[in-house]
Design a protein around this ligand. Structure first.
Ligand code: NAG
Length: 354
C-alpha cells in the first residue's frame, strides 16, 4: 500500500512537471500571440512557386535565387516533388526560371533548405545549399553558370558536426558557417530538447582543413548571415526571439557582441548590401506553425533591423498577415523596390516597398 502511494505521488509530480513544461513551451513558442494585419501595397503571388520558397538570396541586386521543396526531417511532407532552385530576374519581366542541375547529383531526393552564394575573386559564383535527402543533413556546393541557367554540382559535404543543418553562409569556395537547429538527431529526443529549453544549438565552421563548433548556447539556431564588411555574423536564436550579433575573430572563431530582441520566431536572415539592414521572415506563432490547422493557419511576419551595431537598433514590423495571404513566412528580402517574402512550404509573395 505504501509503495502504491509513493508511486502515485511520483506520477502526479511528473504529470505536473510535464504539464508545466508544455505550458512554458507554449509561451516560448508564442502560442498565445494574436496578429494584426499589416499589409504592404500591391502584393502578388510569385508565379510558379507552390511548394515553398524557404530561402531567397539576392545576388548584386540583379537576381534573386530561391530554394523550393524543403524536405525537413521530422516534419510531414506536403509534397514529394523534388526540390528545385529558381532564379527570378525582375528586370527581365519573366516569371522565375528553374536552374538545371548538371553533374553527378541525385536530383530526385533534393530537398533544399538554407542557401548562400559566394562570388570568387575571378567572378565565379558558387551556390551553397543545405540539403536533406532521406532525412539527412548535408551541404551541396554548385557552380552557378548564369548564361546557361545551370548549376554544376561540385561537391557534397557531410560531417558529424553538420547534423541538423538549417542555414548556411558561404565565406570561401569551400568554406562556410552553418547553424544546427537541434542538438539531438534522434526524433524522440527533439521534443524533450524543446520542452526543457536546452540552449544546446550551435554554429559550425567548415573548411576542407578543419571543422569545428565556433559558437554555442542557442535555443534553436536558425538563419545565419554576414555583414557587408564581412566582419560580423548574425544568427537567429529562434526560440529566444532574438538575433545574436557575433564578431569573427582569428581562426574563424566567433564571439558574441550582443542580442537584439525581435519578439517573433525569426527564420532566415537577409542582409541588404547597401544599408546593412537585416530582414527576417518570422513565425509569429510557433504553435500554429507546428499544428498547421487549415482553419487556423500560421501567419507571416517580416521584421527589419536597422543600425544593428549602434546602441539603439531599430526593430520594425514591415509586414504581417494572419495566414489568409501567406502561411509560414521564412525569408524576406528587398529587391529592386520590391519586398520578396518566401514561406516554408506554401507560396511566395512580392510587394511594393517604395
Ligand atoms: C484574416 O483577416 C482577414 C481580415 O483582414 C479576415 O477576413 C480573415 O478571416 C482572417 N483569417 C484568419 C485565418 O484569421
Amino acid at each position: 500500500m505504501g509503495k502504491l502511494v509513493v508511486l502515485s505521488v511520483v506520477v502526479a509530480v511528473l504529470a505536473l512537471l510535464i504539464g508545466e513544461r508544455f505550458y512554458a513551451l507554449r509561451n516560448t513558442a508564442l502560442g498565445f500571440r494574436e496578429l494584426t494585419q499589416n499589409h504592404l501595397p500591391n502584393c502578388e503571388l510569385i508565379k510558379g512557386l507552390e511548394i515553398g520558397a524557404e530561402d531567397i538570396t539576392v545576388i548584386e541586386y540583379r537576381l534573386a535565387v530561391i530554394s523550393t521543396g524543403l524536405k525537413y526531417p521530422g516534419m510531414p511532407r506536403l509534397s514529394d516533388a523534388p526540390g528545385k532552385i529558381y532564379v527570378l530576374n525582375l528586370a527581365s519581366g519573366k516569371d522565375p526560371t528553374e536552374l538545371h542541375i548538371k553533374g553527378d547529383f541525385d536530383a530526385a531526393s533534393f530537398g533544399p533548405h538554407g542557401i548562400s552564394v559566394y562570388t570568387d575573386e575571378d567572378g565565379s559564383r558558387y551556390l551553397f545549399v543545405v540539403n536533406h535527402p532521406h532525412d539527412n543533413s548535408q551541404v551541396e556546393i554548385f557552380q552557378y553558370i548564369e548564361e546557361e541557367n545551370t548549376l554544376v554540382h561540385m561537391k557534397t559535404i557531410k560531417h558529424e558536426l553538420l547534423h541538423n543543418v538549417n542555414d548556411i553562409v558561404a565565406v570561401g569556395v569551400e568554406n562556410f558557417y552553418a547553424t544546427n537547429d537541434h542538438y539531438f538527431t534522434n526524433e524522440y529526443l527533439k521534443l524533450p530538447e524543446m520542452l526543457f529549453s536546452l540552449p544546446w544549438c550551435n554554429v559550425v565552421y567548415y573548411s576542407p582543413e578543419a571543422v569545428r563548433e565556433v559558437a554555442g548556447g542557442f535555443f534553436g539556431a536558425n538563419g545565419i548571415n554576414i555583414s557587408p564588411d564581412r566582419k560580423h555574423l548574425y544568427v537567429s536564436d529562434l526560440m529566444n526571439h532574438q538575433i545574436v550579433v557575433l564578431i569573427i575573430q582569428k581562426d574563424n572563431v566567433l564571439s558574441r557582441v550582443k542580442e537584439v530582441a525581435v519578439g517573433s520566431l525569426c527564420d532566415n536572415i537577409e542582409v541588404e548590401s547597401k544599408t546593412g539592414d537585416l530582414w527576417m521572415g518570422c513565425h509569429p506563432n510557433g504553435v500554429k506553425f507546428f499544428l498547421r490547422d487549415p482553419n487556423d493557419p500560421p501567419g507571416s511576419e517580416v521584421i527589419r533591423i536597422q543600425n544593428i551595431h549602434s546602441d539603439e537598433p531599430v526593430v520594425t514590423q514591415v509586414y504581417s498577415d494572419n495566414g489568409s495571404v501567406l502561411i509560414g513566412s521564412s525569408v524576406a528580402t528587398p529587391y529592386r523596390g520590391k519586398l520578396l517574402i518566401g514561406s516554408v512550404y506554401q507560396k511566395a509573395l512580392m510587394c511594393d516597398l517604395e
